[in-house]
Design a protein around this ligand. Structure first.
Ligand SMILES: [Zn+2]
Length: 285
């Protein structure tokens, strides 16, 4: 079942339960040749078994949906359902009784939005249907096989709008790349702050912090490097953090000043920068 989120749901029965399923590959636009809103169309189709569309669109842009777009609707003859199970989504649009008026701006906006949805939801290809069975976008009179007795629907003014505005805008909007989710902000750690905390925190009461937020970033990295127990990731660069830093320095190739002495356990620019590169933070002075 597929119901368009912008539409009012006015489900037709028994059509919704009884008509066969389709895999929609086309969207075909019509004019109803009556100034009817989506509720008036529902009332008309409710007691008639023929020629309903999936959607009805009023002049003001309000839109009703009468059948799931994965259920066959009867508006477009051979396009409704093909032997391979593909078919057409159809939309009726309010018009004057001669179908000579252009779509209103509101109707144009909604037709474009529906077209983008049909592409995104059902993969309707971004082209004008080249044949009666070809996937894409069209209007009722585009292919003779889409009507049983010939039609001018949706009228010349609207056919021009389809070609000049509606279809090109569907393509433009559907192709616009979806913005990538914002990259998580990379933390920035100051070497001067970390060194100050390394000197001060061990003398504070247990767990005391000087630059807690930056200390947490560094300790989390030491934890992920396998050098510090998780329970000491508290933002306090205390006496247990220093041996972890020393081990990191040795991984970086540093040693104590005297042969056999461990690295001193106070970050330098290089060792902190390399920790940041490995575990996702940036270092400033
Ligand atoms: Zn039509």
């Amino acid at each position: 079942m597929a119901w368009y989120p912008r539409a009012v749901r006015l489900e037709l029965q028994p059509e919704s339960s009884e008509q066969p399923a389709i895999r929609p590959t086309q969207l075909i636009m019509h004019s109803i040749v009556a100034p009817w809103d989506e509720h008036r169309l529902y009332a008309y189709w409710k007691n008639s078994t023929s020629l309903e569309s999936h959607f009805g669109l009023d002049f003001d842009g309000s839109i009703g949906q009468y059948l799931s777009t994965t259920t066959r609707a009867d508006a477009n003859a051979s396009a409704n359902r093909r032997p391979d199970g593909t078919g057409a989504i159809s939309i009726e649009t309010a018009s004057n009784t001669k179908a000579s008026d252009p779509w209103t701006d509101e109707q144009v906006t909604e037709l474009i939005a529906l077209g983008v949805w049909a592409h995104q939801e059902h993969g309707v290809p971004l082209r004008i249907c080249q044949t009666a069975a070809d996937g894409g976008f069209g209007y009722h009179s585009l292919h003779a096989a889409w009507s049983t007795s010939g039609t001018a629907c949706p009228g010349p003014a609207r056919i021009a709008q389809f070609r000049e505005t509606v279809f090109p805008e569907i393509v433009a909007k559907a192709r616009k790349p979806v913005p990538a989710p914002a990259a998580p902000t990379r933390p920035v750690v100051s070497l001067a702050h970390i060194l100050a905390a390394q000197r001060r925190d061990p003398g504070l009461p247990q767990g005391g912090t000087t630059y807690k937020a930056e200390g947490l970033v560094v300790e989390e990295a030491l934890y992920r490097a396998g050098l510090l127990a998780k329970r000491w990731v508290d933002g306090s660069l205390g006496s247990l953090t220093r041996p972890a830093v020393s081990e990191w320095q040795e991984r970086c190739g540093y040693r104590g000043r005297q042969p056999g002495q461990p690295a001193d356990g106070y970050f330098g620019k290089d060792s902190l920068t390399r920790l940041g590169k490995a575990y996702g933070f940036t270092v400033k002075d």
